[in-house]
Design a protein around this ligand. Structure first.
Ligand SMILES: CC(C)(COP(=O)(O)OP(=O)(O)OC[C@H]1O[C@@H](n2cnc3c(N)ncnc32)[C@H](O)[C@@H]1OP(=O)(O)O)[C@@H](O)C(=O)NCCC(=O)NCCS
Length: 326
């Protein structure tokens, strides 16, 4: 990998195509037992205001190929790239300036489930066996197996040898020396989504829009006062989708923080606008917290709401990255 140009380090494959866990109320039934118009000066100001780390502020991000699709600006000097999983991945790269989102449909075919099962750890196989239905079992195998293949492709490591550890609230991460690669995943009926970033906390959530939930009741229980007011001000026909946009954004943020539902959901307000790229509006008690995160909509598939949250300030860069990772 050494000697490759900066452009070659950008993962063409990514851009080329067009338990005792508490479960979310929406998910409970599944449980087992740089803007070009701105001057450089303005960009620097923005970088400072949003807490973009010094190393990122002082140098421009690497150029992205014109042919890349599904790449959008996710904030000053940050790019969000979305790609659908095509069955395999090799030699992927990620730069400090990018968050990569992958998604894949569920369920998978039997031969793929068998293939993915082979990269799971014994503990993961045991976990899979405890799901109450065959389809939940298969979906867990596919979600975990694909996660391992993805991480292995970024790390140039055997997916079966990756070791996960879990935060106090259950967020999985890679053990040292690979902990610089942050990731998060979310699954819902028919879809699993992954988000990966380097040295920044990342969270993702996807929700299938369903008509069999009392969304008004859930909103009253879990949304902040401002979110409830915004929801109620919308025309009734728009409220259903807005509820799911709000929910997925709130979950992506709490998942990035690793706290899950132990983080009080009324302590922050998110936007309910479709297509929002800066959806974290207010945080309490620390109002500065809102400026430390990018919270963006993910337009993945009709019938789903999804969002990704990314910490703007990167942790100090670690060694032990594979060659090719900037
Ligand atoms: C994290 C949480 C919001 C997930 O909600 P969900 O909508 O049911 O599920 P999603 O599909 O969006 O996400 C599940 C994935 O997120 C990851 N995850 C689990 N806990 C997480 C956490 N605290 N933060 C971020 N990600 C987490 C896992 O990868 C999980 O998938 P996997 O178990 O198949 O690997 C919810 O389960 C929660 O609040 N958990 C914390 C419970 C807790 O505090 N437990 C204390 C000890 S029992």
């Amino acid at each position: 990998m050494e000697g490759r140009s900066a452009r070659a380090l950008v993962p063409a494959e990514v851009f080329d195509e067009g338990t005792c866990r508490r479960h979310s109320p929406l998910r409970r039934r599944r449980a087992i037992a740089g803007s070009g118009s701105k001057t450089r000066f303005r960009r620097r100001q923005l970088g400072l205001r949003l807490g973009v780390p010094h190393a990122i502020r002082k140098s421009a991000p690497p150029p992205l190929c014109d042919k890349f699709k599904d790449v959008t600006s996710a904030g000053p000097d940050l790019k969000l790239a979305i790609k659908q999983w095509q069955g395999s991945a090799h030699d992927l790269s990620l730069s400090d300036y990018e968050v990569h989102v992958w998604h894949r449909p569920l369920p998978a075919a039997a031969d793929e489930i068998a293939h993915l099962s082979r990269v799971l750890s014994e503990e993961e196989k045991h976990r899979a066996s405890r799901f109450r239905s065959q389809s939940l079992q298969s979906d867990f195998i596919v979600a975990r197996g694909t996660l391992r293949l993805l991480l292995g492709a970024y790390l140039r490591l055997n997916p079966a040898q990756l070791i996960f550890e879990y935060s106090a609230h259950g967020k999985p991460s890679l053990t040292a020396p690979h902990h610089w690669l942050d990731f998060n995943l979310s699954h819902t009926d028919g879809l699993v989504v992954y988000a990966l970033a380097m040295n920044r906390r990342v969270g993702v959530d996807v929700e299938k829009l369903r008509s069999d939930f009392d969304t008004d009741k859930l909103a009253r229980r879990f949304f902040s006062t401002a979110e409830q007011a915004t929801l109620e001000s919308l025309p009734p026909a728009d409220r259903h989708q807005a509820f799911y946009l709000c929910w997925s954004r709130k979950e992506a943020y709490i998942k990035a923080r690793g706290e899950g539902l132990s983080h009080p959901l009324h302590r922050f307000d998110v936007s309910l606008e479709v297509g929002s790229r800066h959806a974290l509006l207010q945080t309490r008690p620390d109002p500065q917290e809102a400026g430390r995160w990018m919270l963006s909509d993910l337009a993945l598939q009709p019938g789903y709401a999804a969002a990704v949250a990314l910490e703007l300030a990167a942790r100090s860069a670690d060694s032990d990255r594979p060659a090719g990772q900037s």
